[in-house]
Design a protein around this ligand. Sequence first.
Ligand code: SAH
Ligand code: SF4
Length: 423
Amino acid sequence: MRRIRHAADFTPLVRLVRHEWSKCSILSHGMAIRFNQLVRLDAGNAPRESLRPLFGLDAETLSALLAELREPAFRARQLTEALYRQHITELDAISTFPSTLRRRLAGAGWQVGRPQIVQIFGSVDGTERYLVECQNGTGRSDHDTVETVWMPEGDGGEDGDEAESGEPKDTKSWSRATICVSSQIGCAVNCQFCLTAKLGLQRNLTPGEIAGQVVSVMERHKVEVGRDRLNLVFMGMGEPFLNYANFMAAVRLLVRAVGLSPRRMTVSTSGIVPGIEQFAQEPPDLRPKLAISLNAPNDAVRTEVMPINRKWPIQSVIDAVRRIELRPRERITFEYVLLSGVTDRPEHAQQVARLVRRTNLPAKVNLIAWNPGPGISYSMPAPESIEGFKAALAAEGVPVYLRQPRGRDIYAACGQLKRTVEG
Ligand code: SAH
Ligand code: SF4
């Protein structure tokens, strides 16, 4: 049998270990170029030579690796357990492994390689924003960082979701929590109201870097799988459906290896139709719930605030969503950012109600009052227009919830993630 000398010699490993460099500086180009590049899902792969992180490899790949080292099959189970359940960060912490095996792995260049929290910003409301360092294997000292947010008690976005019964009372300071996870460093989509858009796309995150954010935060807050009510929202930096393969590989790791339920996960997309179509093919027991960033009452306004709407207008997004086979009681969420004078008028509420009803989908609307950011010229909606908008949708029979702004003081709220190091 051919020996694995390097991750690049072994196809399944390459599939997972490589990062995806999409350094398209598309924000400086014209719209046509931008959209051409956007439709190339997972473009720009390049193998990474100098680091061999184990974290991010699935059980099958770990089995292949240990079989290659002529180790018995149970070693792969022990390694999977150590990485994803015991949350080890060093090879030496794999207590079930003999030291000779740990040394062999280290000698071959393997390391745990899980992203680490390097900076914490605490909000007065209990929210925490983290800078998470991804050891990107370039050998550079300035490792890439990404942002992740912890919201004890969530932000109201999960209200009205599938009923959760029979769960034990919690003795922690929080009874439920939500982790907001990033899928890319920066974002290429260029929504006019979003601070992350200002970064442009720096690069895609790997499956280990996406799942690693979750495990690092779980470890910090001692989250117990199967006991604590933990929700994940893939609503941090980036557009998950423009990093589709890595995003879904991370979900599979979080479900199969870490043990989290996909029913407690929500992925939000700005409406990348090819991504939604791929998502519709995923097995229902392995895919998160879906949220669509609608953010406007019609195509004209949506194109103004989300230029991506030119490529994939509202109806094309709805048509793609229709292909998804929903689980019992599952609903599609439409997110709607209220921008003063732009999307928050009474007639907009009527249009949104009509639009949502016409989809005939089991759906709810999550309203988000716009969170301000430097260099963005929109205004926050007045409290009366937020309440008025909500009441108008409710009166039209549309289930509607208001997401509470969490961690605004530390730039942790929706659309504020830009690796701001102050605050
Ligand atoms: N890229 C994905 C997921 C990340 S953005 C998407 O766009 O859906 C997550 C949510 O935050 C989206 O619904 C987006 O519309 C919203 N958002 C972005 N900027 C915001 C801001 N400044 N204030 C409030 N919500 C914002
Ligand atoms: Fe990207 Fe989402 Fe921000 Fe739009 S709202 S720029 S898709 S992160």
